[in-house]
Write a protein that binds this ligand. Structure first.
Ligand code: NCD
Length: 303
C-alpha cells in the first residue's frame, strides 16, 4: 500500500505518468466516470481549505466514487482530544483512501503508520503540500509544453509557504531549471531547502525586488504571506504588502510568462491581472482536480 506524504515519495517517472494520465482524463473524461464505483474517499481537514478539499471531492465524484469527511477540527472528535492516529484508524473502517490536512508537521506521517488505507497529505504545517505540487507541475507542463530548461521565479513568503517547498523539491529533479527566489529577507527559503539546492548544484539566486528579475522569468509562482504561521501580528502587518503584482509591473515581463499561484490570493496579485492571458492560476485550479483523479486511481491501484 502506498501513501503520499512528501512529493519525493513519488519517483520522477511516477510523476510523469500521473501527468500523462491527467492529460488522458482531460481529453476523455467520460472514460473514467466509473473507475471508482463503490470506492469511498474521506477528506479529513483539520485546517481550512477551499480548493484542495473540494478538488479531492470533485475528483472522486467524477471517478464515480463517494465522499465523506469533515472540514474543520472543531466538528470532529479532535475537539474532544482524540489523537490523529485514532481518528485515522476509525476512518479507515469507513473509507478506501484518506486525504488529510493538518497543522502539525508529523501528523500525516504518523497517520500513515497506523492506517489501513492509503493516506494523502493535503498539506501539513509550513512544510509540504505534494498534491499542490502535482497540480503545479501539470500546469507548467500544459502551459509551457515541458518541465525543464525554464526559469522559475518564486515570489512572496518562501519561508512558510509549503507549496513552494514541495515544488522546489520536485523541480530539482528536472533538467535546466533556474530558480529565482524573491522574498523579503525575513521570509527566505528555509536552510534545509537552500542546502538541498546547493547539494543538487542547482542554478539559483535570491532577490528582494521582483522588478529586478521579472524580465527573465518563464514562470512566476506568486504566494501569499502566510499569516497563520507568524508568531506575531506586527511582523505579518509589516511584510504582508511586500509584493503586489500589477499590469504595470508585468510590462517588463516576457509575453509568454506563466503566472501561477496556489491560491488563496490576498492582495499579492491585483485583480486587473486576472484577464491577462499570462494569468494561469484559475486554469491551475482546474488542473488540480484532474491530477487528483489520476493520483486517487494510482493509490487505489486502478492503473
Ligand atoms: C495553499 C496551502 O494550503 O498551502 N493553498 C492550497 O492548498 N491551494 C497555499 C496557501 O494557503 O497560501
Amino acid at each position: 500500500m502506498r501513501h503520499l506524504i512528501s512529493i519525493t515519495d513519488l519517483t520522477k517517472e511516477e510523476i510523469d505518468e500521473l501527468i500523462e494520465l491527467s492529460e488522458k482524463i482531460i481529453a476523455n473524461p467520460t472514460d473514467y466516470q466509473e473507475v471508482c464505483r463503490n470506492k469511498k474517499l474521506a477528506t479529513l481537514f483539520f485546517e481550512p481549505s477551499t480548493r484542495t478539499r473540494l478538488s479531492f471531492e470533485a475528483a472522486m465524484l467524477e471517478l464515480g466514487g463517494s465522499i465523506l469527511g469533515f472540514s474543520s477540527a472543531d466538528t470532529s472528535s479532535a475537539a474532544k482530544g482524540e489523537s490523529v492516529t485514532d481518528t485515522i484508524r476509525t476512518v479507515g473502517c469507513y473509507a478506501d483512501i484518506i486525504a488529510m490536512r493538518h497543522s502539525k508537521e508529523g501528523a500525516p506521517l504518523a497517520a500513515s503508520m497506523k492506517s489501513m488505507v492509503p493516506i494523502i497529505n493535503a498539506g501539513y504545517g509550513g512544510h509540504q503540500h505534494p498534491t499542490q505540487t502535482l497540480t503545479d507541475l501539470l500546469t507548467i507542463q500544459r502551459e509551457k509544453g515541458k518541465i525543464g530548461d525554464i526559469t522559475v521565479g518564486f515570489c512572496g513568503d518562501l519561508q512558510f509557504g509549503r507549496t513552494v517547498h514541495s515544488l522546489i523539491s520536485a523541480l530539482l529533479r528536472y533538467q535546466g531549471i533556474k530558480f529565482v527566489l524573491i522574498s523579503p529577507n525575513e521570509l527566505k527559503i528555509p536552510g534545509y531547502l537552500k542546502d538541498s539546492l546547493k547539494h543538487h548544484k542547482a542554478n539559483f539566486s535570491e532577490h528582494e525586488i521582483l522588478e529586478d528579475v521579472i524580465d527573465g522569468l518563464d514562470v512566476l509562482y506568486m504566494t501569499r504571506v502566510q499569516r497563520e504561521r507568524f508568531f506575531n501580528e506586527a511582523d505579518y502587518v509589516r511584510l504582508k504588502d511586500s509584493y503586489i503584482l500589477t499590469l504595470d509591473k508585468l510590462k517588463a515581463a516576457k509575453k509568454d510568462l506563466s503566472i501561477l499561484h496556489p491560491l488563496p490570493r490576498v492582495n499579492e496579485i491585483a485583480v486587473e491581472v486576472d484577464d491577462d492571458p499570462r494569468a494561469c492560476y484559475f486554469r491551475q485550479v482546474l488542473n488540480g482536480k484532474y491530477i487528483r483523479m489520476a493520483l486517487i486511481m494510482k493509490l487505489l491501484e486502478l492503473v
